[in-house]
Design a protein around this ligand. Structure first.
Ligand code: COA
Length: 393
């Protein structure tokens, strides 16, 4: 029996800022963004979008697919919600999600945190549970809003998005191997104390730590699995910005892939970067949006191809793992809805972006209704007496 990803879909917010517009207004050279960090646009959330609404919207195609195929959604008895954009110190965001999706009450729900890494911890926990109870399915959700202070180097690497993954036995998309490589190291490269709404980052240092971590996790992975660089067809890396994957891939290839040309190395990652370039960073969701990008944007049949994944979360924890694409995986893709969603985003000018950036959920305990801005099925309608009020559109 194999265990892995049976279905996967993503969602991003309904507004976007072109980084040329950002550069024109902050004095940067646009090529620094488009070439230097490899980003074109960032998604910007409306006032009625948060990690719960994005997660719920990401889940819609999965549940519709199950209903169309006559599968029982009650098989989902665990939700693991990975985020570093927590909306509550106590209640798991996944409980709101569980309610919006009308899932069975016989379902355990928990939230996981370790910067951008926690979705991978969730995925690994999910595979272990499914291996033990193969009739059950786990819904893994990763949802984040990457937010930095204005006029800082991090500002151009903002973005947001959510991924929803069904983990099952005999998956129809990606069969995951049990062997993984892990590296943990206590460093302060990126963090967000509880009293801040924006992250603090030592950007250049974080890039160095990321590279050190990918090397160490890879070495551990090789020892555990016996696999070599040449055993892989494609790679998906954590994507704080798309150039980071290129740096990491070249770093890993150095000394491991003498026979591969620069173009062949680029071909192993380029399709995984397409969506990230236009959504921006989505922290926990980023690498998994990279996987969806690879699947949606590769015309050739990838069945039987081996993908290497490197998940990184500042602070820091990294994990290298692998999976193989299953025959017929194309039937499970949601390519058209992803591309329609991306194309439907409303472009912002700089003044609109500044206005939207300045919005914060009121903290006075009063009753506040939020303007309807999202196109998504689920929205944050307001807040009343410190309680978030979600609704279905
Ligand atoms: N044309 C083309 N490239 C240009 C350029 C131009 N006009 N101007 C600068 N660049 C290149 C630089 O040479 C550099 O390339 P390199 O990394 O290969 O050396 C790149 O663009 C970035 O320029 P830099 O001056 O280093 O940018 P920065 O000081 O604004 O910082 C980050 C970039 C990524 C560190 C910053 O955006 C950040 O802190 N991001 C958030 C943290 C993060 O994402 N960490 C990653 C690990 S999770």
């Amino acid at each position: 029996m194999s265990v892995g990803i049976d279905d996967i879909s993503f969602y991003t917010a309904n507004f976007s800022l072109d980084l040329q517009e950002l550069a024109a207004n902050n004095g940067s050279d646009a090529a620094k963004y488009t070439v230097g960090i490899g980003q074109e646009r960032m998604s910007v959330p409306g006032a009625d979008e948060d990690v719960v609404t994005m997660a719920a919207n990401a889940c819609v195609p999965l549940l519709e697919g199950m209903a169309q195929r006559g599968e029982d959604a009650n098989a989902i008895n665990t939700i693991l919600f990975a985020t570093e954009t927590g909306i509550d110190q106590s209640k798991a965001a996944g409980v709101y999600l569980h309610s919006l999706l009308k899932l069975n009450s016989r379902c355990r729900v928990v939230e996981l945190k370790q910067a951008c890494y926690s979705a991978t911890a969730a995925l690994q926990l999910a595979t272990a549970w499914v291996a033990r109870k193969p009739k059950e399915k786990v819904l893994v959700v990763a949802s984040d809003i990457a937010r930095y202070d204005r006029q800082t180097p991090g500002e151009a690497t903002q973005g947001c998005g959510a991924v929803a993954i069904i983990v099952s036995a005999n998956p129809r998309l990606v069969a995951l191997d049990a062997e993984t490589g892990i590296h943990t190291e206590d460093v302060m490269d990126f963090w967000r104390p509880n009293y801040r709404s924006t992250a603090l980052v030592d950007g250049k240092y974080s890039t160095k730590v990321y590279l050190r971590c990918v090397r160490s996790a890879w070495q551990d992975f090789q020892q555990q699995s016996g696999l070599q660089f040449g055993d892989f067809d494609y790679f998906c890396y954590h994507l704080p910005f798309s150039r980071m994957a290129q740096k990491a891939h070249n770093h890993l290839a150095n000394g491991n892939a003498h026979e591969l040309s620069a173009q062949a190395l680029e071909d192993q990652i380029s399709s995984s970067l397409i969506y990230n370039r236009i959504t921006g960073n989505s922290y926990t969701a980023a690498m998994y949006i990279g996987l969806i990008s690879l699947l949606d944007n590769t015309a050739q049949d990838l069945a039987g191809k081996r993908v290497g994944f490197f998940s990184y979360g500042s602070g820091s924890v990294g994990e290298f793992f692998t999976g193989t694409l299953v025959v017929g995986y194309q039937d499970m893709l949601h390519q058209q809805s992803h591309q329609h969603m991306l194309a439907s985003r409303k472009p912002l000018n700089y003044a609109n972006y500044q206005q939207m950036y300045a919005f914060e959920v009121p903290t006075d305990g009063g009753d506040h209704a939020f303007a309807e801005q999202t196109n998504g099925k689920f929205r944050l309608a307001g807040i009343s007496q410190h309680k978030r009020l979600y609704e279905v559109r």
